[in-house]
Design a protein around this ligand. Structure first.
Ligand SMILES: Nc1ncnc2c1ncn2[C@@H]1O[C@H](COP(=O)(O)OP(=O)(O)OP(=O)(O)O)[C@@H](O)[C@H]1O
Length: 358
């Protein structure tokens, strides 16, 4: 699946001018509040007509202002999930789900009801009314309803924003399953680095109505331009690995990276071999020039300094290659000078275990 977006649109004093391509998997529209994410999503959805531009999905032209083509919203066959679930309160979960199914063209009304119930873990909720569901359960039903319309693409606008942290944590694994098993491309609007780090395959970084950068999630989250979207405190490296082992007594998982291993807190066991992602904020990484001893940190990785990027705040971000994975550490300029940190120097990256979360 390839979505091509190249549009310009004025909203009062705010101007949207974006151009990007999105492939399958989850493409996150990521940026600060007011950067224009929802405005772009509305144009893709067909809720707003852009002043100028083109949108194309797999060669199918949805918008071409020059040729006066504007495929209406209901013909675009997209599924939508918003911040709030917007379920019909007077209908049961089963009836809400069937409502979604009704929108699928008959020829494409795939018999995937059971598969979707299983994917989202909602089979036990079928006879309940929305008022008797938690926020996370409501969102799972809303996602199920969207999927049952056999959409060509799923548009999700901050689907976790209205949930508390516990419910967010509960819903995230379902969104991961959706990404990995449902075989449907997703455009996901978010301003949360934790969500995007966990879910996005690609990131379209938005700033003031424009695209600041586009690329693989790890590449964008580790790039200095990410500062337009997140506070510097949150920036860091995104690493991919596999669950190697789980210690249920200590509730610690061991994650195999390219060649290094990390220990990460994990409340519930996951199958070994499962791919996982870890976002390691640079502020939670220290550097030492000799292997530290008598230290509480469980994660001490040998590596080689690759680059140094000085900020304007007396801090310096140091990239360290640890056996093929690049980790970022934020140090004061004073420490950089004191330890004589330079490209090529051998160091040990010390990562606080409790800062890591799967
Ligand atoms: N219909 C409109 N008329 C005028 N200005 C608008 C209109 N819709 C949005 N805006 C402005 O456009 C800018 C971008 O808004 P948008 O909702 O797209 O941002 P966002 O990145 O999705 O933000 P948030 O994360 O807060 O939802 C904001 O300054 C907003 O006030």
């Amino acid at each position: 699946m390839t979505l091509l977006v190249d549009v310009r649109h004025r909203l009062g004093s705010f101007a949207v001018d974006v151009s990007f391509r999105s492939e399958s998997g989850v493409t996150a529209l990521f940026g600060r509040s007011g950067s224009g994410k929802t405005s772009v999503m509305r144009i893709i959805a067909g809720l707003d007509r852009p002043d100028d531009g083109r949108i194309e999905l797999d060669g199918d032209v949805l918008v071409d202002t020059k040729k006066r083509i504007l495929v209406p919203k209901h013909r675009r066959r997209f599924g939508y999930v918003f911040q709030e679930a917007r379920l019909f309160p007077h209908l049961s979960v089963r009836q809400n789900l069937n409502y979604g199914r009704w929108f699928a063209p008959k020829a494409e009304r795939r018999e995937n009801f059971d598969r979707i119930l299983d994917l989202l873990g909602i089979e036990h909720l079928l006879e309940r009314r929305p008022a008797k569901l938690s926020g996370g359960e409501k969102q799972r039903v809303a996602i199920g309803r969207a999927l049952l319309s056999s959409p060509r693409m799923l548009l999700m606008d901050e689907p976790l924003a209205a949930l508390d942290d516990a419910r967010k944590a509960e819903l995230l694994p379902y969104l991961e399953r959706l990404r990995d098993d449902a075989d449907i491309p997703i455009i996901y609007v978010s301003h949360s680095v934790a969500e995007v780090a966990r879910l996005a395959s690609r990131i379209v970084l938005m700033n003031n109505g424009r695209v600041e950068a586009v690329g693989e999630a790890g590449q964008i989250l580790g790039h200095p331009s990410i500062a337009v979207a997140v506070d510097r405190r949150e920036t860091g490296a995104l690493l991919e690995g596999r669950l190697h082992a789980y210690d249920s007594d200590q509730r610690l998982a061991s994650i195999m990276l390219k060649s290094a291993q990390l220990v990460v807190p994990l409340a519930e066991e996951l199958p070994t071999g499962r791919p996982v992602r870890l976002h390691i904020p640079a502020r939670d990484v220290m550097l030492a020039t000799a292997r530290p001893e008598h230290i509480s940190a469980l994660n001490i990785l040998p590596g080689t300094v690759v680059t140094l990027m000085s900020g304007t705040d007396g801090m310096c971000d140091v990239e360290v290659d640890c056996g093929g994975d690049t980790i970022q550490a934020r140090l004061t300029e004073v420490s950089v000078r004191r330890l004589d940190i330079l490209p090529g120097k051998h160091v040990f990256a010390v990562i606080k275990t409790v800062a890591l979360r799967l």
